[in-house]
Design a protein around this ligand. Structure first.
Ligand SMILES: Cc1cc2nc3c(=O)[nH]c(=O)nc-3n(C[C@H](O)[C@H](O)[C@H](O)COP(=O)(O)O)c2cc1C
Length: 374
């Protein structure tokens, strides 16, 4: 690994790197938690349990695109007794062997949390993450209060976008919790297998919850929104597949990131791989420590930015970098780019609307927006 510090101290625990599992089948048993530790996770987390085993529909997972999933897994289909008598012991041994902090995920009602929380605390779980996925706004606060009164260890609220304005919800929860996780999977959503005329999922209506890179911009926005209303740690989750995603979440204000879908589709070595890529990015960009980039975007833009509507810029082509692929001309909706195949692109700045699309599409980083000199 590159010569960069990836250790982060969060909730008074040292995480060896900022990449940890998110709740899902990737940590659905003690054995899977052990695999996450072997795969290089910087800390551990266990699948959400509730006061009863989940009645999980089948089928309950389907791939969408290359790297996303829809799922209808609910929470652990192992009973709380199985976790308390068996799976937590295996998970805690892995945490001890690999010197990793361990977060236990629980849900959902105030009664569930008040009865499960103390059991996890007595077992030696370091931090509790509680999911509010199936609750409305009033119940969310009630459950946070119930868990706060039941345990002394740090508690973290895992928020879901369908709950409402996450900044507002975070403000309501702030007096009771030690941190936040953003976000759970997004939905509900529906895909139809058109050859069979069926949903690939066995839930009522065939709905599932979307996860993977498709939800990453929503997750990054949520981290930013929550981090600007609280000084408490925010854990980012949603679509992390590589080191650059970790950097992005940290810039938005995250203190750790969680990974679920990429670990399911690529295996548990992905945690260590993402951590190594994070270190490599930091090193090649002149940073010595992951903590140096935390909040870079948040601190600059927490109050928003001035919105420019007048056309003061136009696309500009760096002719040394342009490889004459013509992609920019294909996507330009204003006929401002002249780029026949094998000819260096040229901009008509009178026609250019400064929309920025060509800049993001160019594979060679050959386009940028520059002020128009009149
Ligand atoms: C199959 C599957 C099962 C999941 N189960 C849970 C769960 O039990 N509890 C929970 O809080 N989140 C659960 N999630 C949501 C993930 O923890 C995570 O918040 C979400 O998938 C976004 O991260 P990702 O894009 O890295 O998967 C599940 C996600 C998937 C794909």
């Amino acid at each position: 690994m590159a010569n960069v510090n990836l250790k982060v101290k969060v909730f008074n625990q040292i995480f060896l790197n900022p990449v940890i599992p998110a709740a899902g089948p990737n940590v659905g048993s003690g054995l899977m938690v052990q695999r996450a530790a072997q795969g290089g996770a910087g800390g551990l987390l266990t699948k959400t349990i509730s006061s009863v085993a989940a009645p999980v529909p089948r089928p309950n997972m389907v791939r969408f695109g290359k790297d996303n999933l829809l799922n209808t897994e609910l929470w652990s289909e192992l009973s709380p007794e199985t976790w308390l008598n068996q799976e937590y012991d295996v998970s805690l041994k892995a945490a001890c062997d690999f010197k990793l902090p361990i977060i236990g995920s629980i849900g959902y009602t105030a009664q569930d949390l008040a009865s499960l929380g103390p059991h996890l605390e007595h077992k030696g779980i370091n931090i509790i993450e509680f999911s509010v996925h199936y609750l409305d706004e009033k119940l969310i606060v009630e459950t946070a209060q119930a868990l706060r009164n039941a345990v002394k260890i740090p508690i973290v609220a895992k928020l879901s976008l369908h709950s409402g304005d996450l900044g507002e919800i975070a403000k309501l929860l702030d007096p009771y919790v030690d941190g936040f996780t953003c976000i759970n999977s997004f939905g509900p959503t529906l895909v139809i297998d058109i050859e069979r005329g069926l949903s690939p999922l066995g839930s009522q209506n065939g709905y599932g919850w979307l996860s993977g890179p498709a939800i990453k911009p929503m997750a990054v926005r949520s981290v930013f929104e929550v981090a600007r209303v609280t000084d408490k740690p925010v854990i980012g989750v949603g679509g992390v597949t590589g080191g650059e995603d970790v950097i992005e979440f940290f810039m938005a204000g995250a203190s750790l990131v969680e990974v679920c879908t990429a670990a399911i589709l690529k295996g548990p070595d992905v945690y260590g791989k993402i951590a190594a890529e994070t270190a490599h990015w930091l090193e090649t960009h002149g940073y010595n420590d992951i903590n140096e980039i935390k909040g870079l975007y948040l601190n600059k833009f927490r109050g928003g930015q001035p919105v420019v509507t007048s056309k003061e810029q136009a696309a500009w082509v760096n002719t040394d970098k342009c490889k004459a692929c013509s992609l920019c001309a294909k996507v330009c909706q204003f006929d401002a780019l002249n780029a026949p195949l094998k000819q260096i692109a040229a901009v008509d700045s009178d026609k250019c609307s400064a929309c920025g699309l060509c800049v993001s599409v160019c594979p060679f980083d050959a386009l940028e927006l520059k002020p128009i000199i009149l």
